[in-house]
Design a protein. Structure first.
Length: 402
């Protein structure tokens, strides 16, 4: 009898222990115990052995391409249509000093948009550009990342010199320096290069897509060329390799600042950047206002006195004429409410649409004319470079025609 009772107790204890363990496991790992249906719902094993990254169909180059704000080149030389992320990203944006060439490369899914701008180039016609510049030797260099290239068509349309190509590469993209990066990209591509000369600038638009996506070429060309706005005045700032463009097409302006300057505020009505030596105590603020009443220098000085209000003393001024705006630069000194002296220079530029674009550069130094004819120190020299680079951009309604 005792043995029976002991066996019953052992069985009951075992059952209770099993239930407890099961309950604990269920709490810690709820999927550890379940039916075959649950496992199959979580992991579909039907395609495990057949998935192949090389079988994915590339996204057409022109699909979902619009959406992002225009791209401003890092050296301020141009702004241009920017294809939207995540289908596209900027792979390169630079100015190459020896070649005197600016470029931007957008990379898509098995597609490339290559923007090139070269100052100081002149050809009489697209025919002379083709004959004297767009030679086989030129394209041997330009298509050197591909195994082979073949020019399939050469033509002119208005001022444009257009060349069509077939390109091949034997490498899987991503395994070498082949221009396409996704593993499913093919080995053969269709490319188009459109080149033209305008106001001593050589423009080049180079498009590469898969051979079954040639319809995208026309769409990309029609989107990009009308959006390409070049700012010739920015060539004056190319010698200083430390300068980079800050601003946006939405704001309507850009300025060239050293890379060591940092943004304190770039949202809301004001953009503010803080300086580095020799202007470590300086800052620049920029904004746009919808209406401008400034026509004459007297208007500008009256506006400045109303803007600063405390102890403004005008030191110098210059008239400014740009592609899309004109106005004045004014250097001056002022005092804070606490009586601290500052030296400053301000740009007041009115666009063709009547908007006022303002950039004020100032710092806690006294009695320095930041527009002096021959800068006597690093502060005045660097301040002049920055304030003179302030540029009003083309309005949204502007359409470029080669």
């Amino acid at each position: 009898m005792k043995n029976k009772r002991r066996r019953s107790q052992l069985i009951a204890t075992g059952i209770a222990l099993f239930i407890s363990i099961t309950f604990i496991v269920t709490l810690v790992a709820p999927n550890a115990i379940g039916s075959n249906d649950t496992i199959q719902n979580n992991v579909d094993s039907s395609n495990i052995d057949t998935l192949d990254p090389f079988d994915v169909t590339p996204i057409p180059a022109a699909e979902n391409i619009s959406g992002d704000p225009p791209h401003i080149h890092s050296r301020g030389l141009y702004h241009i249509f920017r294809p939207a992320a995540p289908n596209w990203f900027i792979e390169q944006d630079r100015y190459v000093q020896p070649e005197n060439e600016a470029e931007t490369i957008f990379r898509g899914d098995c597609a490339v948009i290559h923007i090139l701008l070269e100052p100081g180039v002149n050809y009489d016609s697209p025919e002379s550009l083709s004959q004297d510049f767009l030679t086989d030797a030129y394209f041997d260099q330009e298509w050197s990342l591909y195994e082979s290239w073949e020019r399939t068509e050469e033509r002119t349309e208005g001022n444009l010199a257009i060349n069509e190509f077939t390109l091949t590469t034997s490498e899987r993209p991503g395994e070498s320096n082949a221009p396409q990066s996704a593993p499913h990209c093919p080995n053969e591509y269709h490319a188009r290069q459109i080149s033209w000369v305008d106001s001593s600038f050589l423009y080049t638009l180079r498009l590469v897509v898969t051979t079954d996506d040639t319809e995208s070429l026309d769409q990309l060309q029609d989107l990009i060329i009308p959006s390409w706005v070049v700012y010739p005045r920015m060539t004056d700032f190319l010698d200083d390799a430390s300068l980079r463009a800050r601003g946006s097409v939405d704001a309507g302006y850009l300025v060239m600042l050293p890379t060591t300057w940092f943004a304190e505020r770039t949202s809301g009505p004001l953009d503010t950047y803080v300086g580095s030596p020799p202007l470590e105590d300086f800052q620049i603020t920029m904004e746009s206002r919808s209406e401008s009443s400034i026509v004459t220098l007297e208007d500008a000085t009256a506006w400045l006195n109303d803007f600063r209000q405390t102890g403004v003393e005008i030191m110098n001024s210059e008239t400014v004429e740009q592609q899309f705006a004109d106005g004045f630069l004014i250097s001056y000194t002022f005092e804070t409410i606490d009586g601290d002296p500052f030296s400053a220079v301000i740009a007041l530029l009115t666009s063709g649409e009547g908007e006022l674009h303002i950039a004020e550069l100032y710092g806690p130094v006294s009695d320095i004319d930041l527009l002096q004819d021959i800068p006597e120190d690093d502060i005045a020299r660097d301040a002049q470079t920055i304030i003179r680079s302030f540029t009003v951009l083309a309005p949204d309604s502007y359409i470029y025609t080669p």
